[in-house]
Structures are given as structure tokens and as C-alpha cells.
Design a protein around this ligand. Structure first.
Ligand code: NAD
Length: 259
């Protein structure tokens, strides 16, 4: 175990599996204390247990991201468990892919709620906690940066057929990232986004048809989907002091899908 995030109190939403789980495990391995959120409470609990059993510090939390209440409850749990909050990772997500002419209002609203409103609401809850603290800090506390790391997607950068709801939400998250970076930089709150590509429960169904899989993989310069463990180090970097002079950026960690 190294300690690039020693004692940092971090929230990772949607961390019961996939990319979020890999982020939570990597954060803990770097010495962070982690709130493992997932709407699937049993999955969140299992990841928190995995962390504590390997000597780390974690608590689980089962709010369904997408409302103000959930965001406030989540930040409240972090403060109750660790008395502080340093890093927020807005990772929770769902897909409801359909061509636009077939997409229901519910498909649109659900995706916008989890990704866009959820990211905004969790960010807002953290920012409301951080602003007064940051304004009062003096001396060595001024070296301290707090971090928000949002999760966007190739869809949110270049669009994607069948994903008008998801692309709108993920492009909206890029807007939140750049706006918050400008609003919060003077308070030493860095806000960046990562556009990942990894084989997870979300993406595995996209490779079921071999012909579709071949066409899809041909779009990656590296010719393959990554593993969640290949995505997580970029989150560690954005959470750590190594990225204190980077804000408002979108980093593609996607094997060369978006170039
Ligand atoms: N996998 C990829 O290639 C890829 C590409 C681009 C972007 N992303 C984004 O990365 C993030 C993680 O995706 P993944 O591939 O790990 O997906 P995944 O489906 O494996 O994991 C998502 C997790 O989020 C949880 N979740 C869903 N809705 C939630 C809610 N309302 N509140 C709390 N938890 C909720 C799920 O229970 C699940 O555990 C998502 O934001 C996704 O859009 C993934």
C-alpha cells in the first residue's frame, strides 16, 4: 500500500461494481477513507467489506443518486463517518439506450436524473459544505485542495447513436465540470472529468453480437476495451496532490476511442 491519498475522506457513487468499485478499491489502497455508495446496497456493503478486510477504512451507503435528498444524505454520511470530506467522485450511472423516435419520456428522465441531476446535486451538497471552510482557511491549510471528479463518456464528447438521453447528460456533465472549475478554483476546489471505456456490466451487452463487437472494437486505437483497474489510476491522480494545478479538464481514459 502506498499513501498518495492518506486519510483523504472520499465519496465514490455507484461503487458497488464496475469502474466505481475499482476506484473505491484504488482509493483505499492509497490510504483514503471511502464512502462506498450504490443504489444496490448489498453491492456497496460487499465493496466496503472488501476494503475493511484488507486493512482499509470504508463505510457503505445506499442512496439512489438523482435527487437533492440523496445527495445531502450521502454527504451527511461521509461527515458522520469521517468528520470531513476531501474528494467527491460522481460515477453512478445507468443506460436506457433507444433511438430517439422510440425513446420514452421515462428513459430520458431516468438517465438525466441519475447522471446530470445526480452529479449536480452531489456536487452542490459538497460545495455547500466546502465553501465556508475554504473561505476561512489560513496558513498551511491553503495548500490543501479539495477535488470533484465527474464521469463523462465518449458519448458526451462526440455523441452516440441510440444515446440521446445519455449523451445529453454526459455533455451536461462536461458543462458542470468547466463551470464548477471556474466557480471554485479560488477556493482550491479542483473539478475535472474522466471519459472512460471499460468492460463492465454496462458495456458487456454491447459486445454480445460478434459483428457489432468487431465494429465497436475497431474504433479503439488500442483495439480493446480496458479493465476497470486500468481506469482507476487516473481517478487516483485527480484525487491526489499531483493534480493540484489541473482543473476544468476532461481526460479520456479509453484506449484511444476519442482522438
Ligand atoms: N464502462 C464504460 O465503458 C463507460 C464508458 C463511458 C462512461 N462510463 C460511465 O462510467 C460510470 C460507471 O460505469 P460502469 O461501466 O462501471 O457501470 P456499471 O453498470 O458496471 O456500474 C454502475 C453502478 O452504478 C450503480 N447505480 C446505478 N444507478 C445508481 C443510482 N441512482 N445511485 C447509486 N448507484 C447507482 C449501479 O448499481 C452499479 O453498481 C457511469 O457513469 C458510466 O456512464 C462507463
Amino acid at each position: 500500500m502506498t499513501a498518495r491519498l492518506r486519510d483523504r475522506a472520499c465519496i465514490v457513487t455507484g461503487a458497488g461494481r464496475g469502474i466505481g468499485r475499482a476506484i473505491a478499491l484504488s482509493f483505499a489502497a492509497e490510504g483514503a477513507r471511502v464512502v462506498v455508495n450504490d443504489a444496490d446496497g448489498a453491492a456497496a456493503e460487499a465493496v466496503a467489506k472488501e476494503i475493511t478486510e484488507s486493512g482499509g477504512t470504508a463505510v457503505s451507503e445506499a442512496s439512489a443518486i438523482g435527487t437533492m435528498e440523496a445527495a445531502e444524505a450521502l454527504v451527511g454520511v461521509a461527515l458522520e463517518a469521517f468528520a470531513t470530506l476531501d474528494v467527491l467522485v460522481n460515477n453512478a450511472g445507468i443506460l436506457r439506450d433507444r433511438m430517439t423516435h422510440r425513446m420514452s419520456e421515462e428513459d430520458f428522465d431516468d438517465v438525466i436524473a441519475v447522471h446530470l441531476k445526480g452529479t449536480w446535486a452531489c456536487g452542490r451538497a459538497a460545495i455547500r459544505h466546502w465553501r465556508p471552510l475554504a473561505k476561512e482557511e489560513t496558513g498551511s491549510a491553503l495548500d490543501r485542495h479539495r477535488k470533484i471528479i465527474n464521469v463523462t463518456s465518449a458519448s458526451g464528447l462526440i455523441g452516440s447513436v441510440g444515446q440521446s438521453n445519455y449523451a445529453a447528460a454526459k455533455m451536461g456533465i462536461v458543462g458542470l465540470t468547466k463551470t464548477w472549475a471556474k466557480e471554485l478554483g479560488r477556493l482550491r476546489i479542483n473539478v475535472n472529468a474522466i471519459a472512460p471505456a471499460a468492460l463492465t456490466a454496462m458495456t458487456e451487452p454491447l459486445l454480445e453480437d460478434p459483428q457489432v463487437a468487431e465494429r465497436r472494437l475497431a474504433r479503439f486505437a488500442l483495439g480493446r476495451y480496458g479493465a476497470p483497474e486500468e481506469i482507476a489510476p487516473a481517478f487516483v491522480f485527480f484525487a491526489s496532490d499531483e493534480s493540484n494545478y489541473i482543473t476544468g479538464q476532461v481526460l479520456c481514459v479509453d484506449g484511444g476511442l476519442v482522438i
